[in-house]
Design a protein around this ligand. Structure first.
Ligand SMILES: C[S@@+](CC[C@H](N)C(=O)[O-])C[C@H]1O[C@@H](n2cnc3c(N)ncnc32)[C@H](O)[C@@H]1O
Length: 891
């Protein structure tokens, strides 16, 4: 009896509670919940009538139904047989009664105290199924339908704040639906026993059930219990499980602004705890005590709770946390206790994430690139840090740069709904540092990573010529890289769109993503040389089982990468051909008159110096120089552009906190020329006609000193969001964004009569930035789509003519990142007569800059060009028109 957690108490107490007049010595079933086999099968058997017998020899109790209460009236009379008549039978503890309960954390028997639940198993089953359906229905059907009614078509296109608001509305609906279902399931049994579905703020510290006392105890215990569990799981290798965690979902949404934080706080720290504690603890756990011991019900409901969060990665921690919540609830009998723990847990994790965002960490980047193997390292380091008293943020050495990762990643955010929201927004995330050196060093960490159970191995390329299976590379990274390469080459050959290097190498099923991305990119860079080496050495002819993509990857590894180990047949074959491969490389170098292979590589972004623009709205140039010098050592101010700094190509800037908080803007030197050429004066109104994503717009705002106005126009909704976000991040309050077709703006009306200057940077072929594109690496010849170029040039000319309609225009910069004169000099030449007629002339900006417009155009020397290869920046074109009569005033 004791083991079951029952306590002895007087029958008088029973009578008081139940209001049932009953002989105090009558025998009653000692455990009414697991009672059908013992003759006590009533689903409505009231807890308040539970008694232990104080007198033996009574084999049967005819329970009274004479209660004045409606509930008692519904109860059937029943006969309960008991064991040996010699066995003392005691009164069964009333589960609602606290006087017989013992206070204290170590009162183990108290953790096994069941509830007396009046509803049946089918009510529980139907209730839980209804909840699951409502949970999925709201998030996947109802809300998207409501969203489309109010014009939300693409969740991924929403800003961080809008996504957070969306998640809040989702959670409000989920909570209402969930609570409604629990109400409907239990309604006919009302009024319920006082300890069922109890939310009672009274007596927060009263022994033995003070809800706040138990809640606070749980708050203290939760990080210890979950942290210890995470550590234990990692020792047993559960951290090999890859995939999204609940925290990732929130991280994808959380942005810098307070509304986003407040909405997510409402979701995770208030609504989710109310809903989930009601469903999993209040309804499911209590119901399960009817069919199993209380401890088992706690664990079973926690497993259900964990599974509902749809994250394999977080399942263990969620189950452990759910178990803690369950046992606390068993002790307090008040749902406010687990709600408090749940809310504090989620609120704390969210606040840590928010503080990380505030301090410049990009959570999307942070959570997209973390391999679960890092968990051990993060945990180990968080333990070390906690001894050192540092914050939850820590730095990991990653090649030349550092990346920050949060200890918060260890802990799940306990709400499943944000995961559902984010299911609609899964995309491979950009990786920040692509330096091959970094990639190689990082690779040594994860190249040997074994495929996890969840990982789908890229299939080795089917069958060879004679039906023999083709050899796949043995290393996971090389195998994945070969698979990605095969797909990319195929897509390139068939001109199929939508196949991206990033999706093939950074997708959720890819192990060691960054290493895979790096090896694939590097192999593509070396592709032409490797192809030539393979042809010269004929190693593929000798072996029909080695497919070309695998051979390319292994030859890259052998000759230019980290080397090849004789792990499998593919590696052994390539190693056996090492001499002929090296000889073929020498011949190839000789044939091109090159001393080093680097001379034969296409120029790529990685080999260029990095340029960064100082956002003078937020920091001074001097402060930026000293910060970057401290972080990277060497840098130099650009000789031509006032606010541009040049750093070595090896510097990884994407993760830099000042880049994250908008103090520094990653912008090519060439792309910084237009705003400086325009030189708007503080107080002017400048129209940026094709503005998104806003690099030049924010530069204009900075040149204005944030005084005056920049009207930024873009018609593309997705890019327009980025424009608004970037303007906000840059702190450029003088920017006014308009989503519209620039060609349709009534520029000759009063609305635009205050515009002094125009920056027109229209859509173009982008041929000047092609060195950043994989296609360019695959076919470095200058293939040109003439039809496309002509239609772009027609738009550019139309836009330029339209801009000249502005009545008070003083200066206009036209720019494109194109190397083709059809999008540059020719456009200017066509518009020149109109410009002259309106009193404009071409002013030659940057007279000290050597590269001017193409010579065959008479005004070419007044225009500015940058060459992608020779000037080591983007290929670029720029022309500046200035109103003739104002020339002297502008200097
Ligand atoms: C080369 S990008 C501008 C880059 C931008 N100036 C910067 O530095 O960040 C060209 C932009 O023009 C926009 N665009 C194209 N046609 C447009 C039109 N008719 N009206 C407004 N924007 C247009 C495109 O959506 C695209 O964002």
């Amino acid at each position: 009896m004791e083991a079951l957690g029952w306590q002895q108490h007087s029958c008088g107490l029973l009578s008081r509670h139940a209001g049932v007049v009953r002989p105090q010595s009558r025998p009653v079933c000692r455990r009414q919940t697991a009672n059908s086999s013992r003759g006590c099968s009533s689903p409505s058997f009231s807890a308040q009538r539970a008694v232990r017998l104080t007198r033996p020899q009574q084999p049967c109790l005819l329970q009274s139904s004479s209660s004045s209460s409606k509930r008692d009236a519904l109860r059937p009379k029943r006969c309960i047989k008991l064991g040996s008549s010699k066995q003392p039978i005691e009164e069964v503890a009333d589960s609602t009664d606290s006087t017989n309960q013992k206070w204290g954390l170590l009162q183990w028997k108290e953790y096994n105290r069941p509830w007396q639940v009046p509803w049946s198993g089918s009510t529980v089953t139907i209730g839980m199924i209804a909840w699951v359906l409502s949970f999925l229905g709201v998030a996947l059907i109802l809300l998207p339908a409501l969203g489309s009614l109010v014009g939300i078509k693409d969740f991924t296109a929403m800003s961080g704040t809008d996504k957070a608001l969306y998640a809040l509305v989702n959670q409000v609906l989920e909570t209402l639906a969930g609570l409604g279902i629990v109400y409907l399931a239990t309604r006919k049994f009302m009024p319920l026993s006082p300890d069922l579905l109890r939310y009672d703020f009274r007596e927060p510290f009263a022994k033995p059930r003070g809800w706040l006392a138990w809640g606070l105890l749980g708050v203290l215990l939760s990080p210890l219990v979950v942290g210890a569990a995470a550590f234990a799981f990692s020792l047993f290798g559960f951290d090999e499980v890859n995939g999204k965690g609940t925290v990732d979902g929130v991280a994808q949404i959380l942005s810098l602004d307070f509304p986003s934080f407040a909405s997510l706080f409402g979701v995770t720290a208030v609504l989710a705890p109310i809903l989930e504690e009601t469903v999993f603890r209040g309804f499911l756990l209590t119901s399960l005590t009817k069919f199993m011991p209380t401890w088992a019900a706690v664990i079973a409901s926690s497993v259900a709770f964990g599974l509902a969060h749809l994250s394999t990665r977080d399942l263990p921690q969620l189950v452990v946390l759910g178990t803690l919540l369950g046992f606390i609830y068993v002790r307090s009998r008040n749902l406010l206790s687990p709600m408090l723990i749940h809310g504090v847990w989620n609120g704390t994790v969210l606040t840590i994430l928010f503080l990380l965002v505030q301090s410049g960490v990009d959570l999307k980047e942070l959570f997209s690139g973390i391999h679960i193997n890092d968990m051990k390292q993060i945990l180990g380091q968080s333990v070390v840090n906690s001894f050192r008293g540092s914050s939850g943020e820590m730095r990991f050495q990653a090649g030349c740069g550092t990346s920050t990762r949060s200890a918060a990643d260890l802990f799940p955010v306990v709400t499943p709904t944000d995961r559902l929201c984010n299911m609609r927004s899964r995309r491979p995330k950009p990786i920040s540092d692509r330096q091959s050196g970094q990639a190689k060093r990082r690779r040594s960490d994860d190249a040997e990573a074994r495929p996890t159970k969840r990982q789908k191995k890229p299939r080795p390329a089917l069958r060879g010529v004679k039906g023999k299976p083709l050899w796949a590379c043995s290393s996971v990274v090389d195998r994945q890289a070969a698979f990605a390469l095969e797909k990319i080459l195929e897509a390139h050959r068939t001109k199929r769109r939508g196949v991206s290097l990033k999706s093939l190498t950074l997708g959720s099923n890819i192990e060691a993503k960054k290493a895979t991305f790096a090896v694939t990119t590097e192999s593509i860079k070396y592709l032409q040389i490797i192809d030539a080496i393979l042809d010269r050495s004929q190693i593929l002819k000798e072996c029909s089982q080695l497919a070309r993509p695998s051979a390319v990857i292994l030859v890259y590894e052998l000759l230019f990468g980290e080397g090849v180990r004789a792990q499998g047949p593919a590696e052994r074959h390539v190693l056996s051909c090492k001499d002929s491969l090296e000889a073929a490389l020498s011949k190839e170098l000789e044939a091109h008159g090159a001393e080093d292979v680097s001379e034969l590589l296409p120029a790529t972004e990685e080999s260029r110096p990095r340029s960064v623009r100082v956002n003078t709205i937020k920091v001074t140039k001097e402060a930026a120089i000293s910060r970057l010098q401290a972080d990277f050592g060497s840098l130099e101010p650009d000789g031509l552009l006032d606010d541009v700094l040049i750093l070595p190509s090896s510097c990884a800037l994407h993760d830099h906190p000042w880049v994250k908080n908008g103090s520094l803007i990653l912008q090519s030197k060439a792309s910084c020329m237009p705003a400086q050429a325009l030189s708007p004066e503080p107080g002017w109104t400048v129209l940026d006609c094709c503005a998104a994503p806003g690099n030049k717009t924010t530069h204009l705002a900075a040149r204005l000193g944030n005084i005056g106005k920049v009207i930024a126009v873009d018609r593309d909704p997705v890019r327009f969001k980025r424009l608004k976000d970037n303007a906000k991040l840059a702190g450029a309050t003088c920017i006014q964004c308009i989503q519209d077709d620039f060609l349709k703006l009534p520029l000759d009306t009063a609305q635009f009569s205050s515009v002094d200057a125009v920056l027109l940077d229209p859509s173009c072929s982008g041929s000047g930035t092609a060195h950043n594109q994989v296609d360019r690496l695959l076919s470095p010849t200058d293939e040109v789509d003439c039809g496309r170029l002509e239609s772009l040039a027609a738009f550019q000319e139309k836009a330029l003519r339209h801009a000249f309609k502005l009545p008070k225009l003083k200066r206009l910069v036209y720019s494109t990142c194109s190397s083709h004169s059809i999008e540059g000099e020719e456009v200017i030449e066509k518009v020149m007569p109109l410009a002259n007629q309106l009193g404009f002339h071409l002013e030659g900006p940057f007279p000290s800059w050597h590269r001017r417009g193409h010579k065959q155009f008479p005004d070419g020397k007044l225009m500015v060009r940058a060459d992608a290869k020779l000037d080591r920046t983007d290929g670029f074109f720029l022309a500046l028109f200035s109103k003739t009569d104002l020339e002297n005033g502008i200097g």
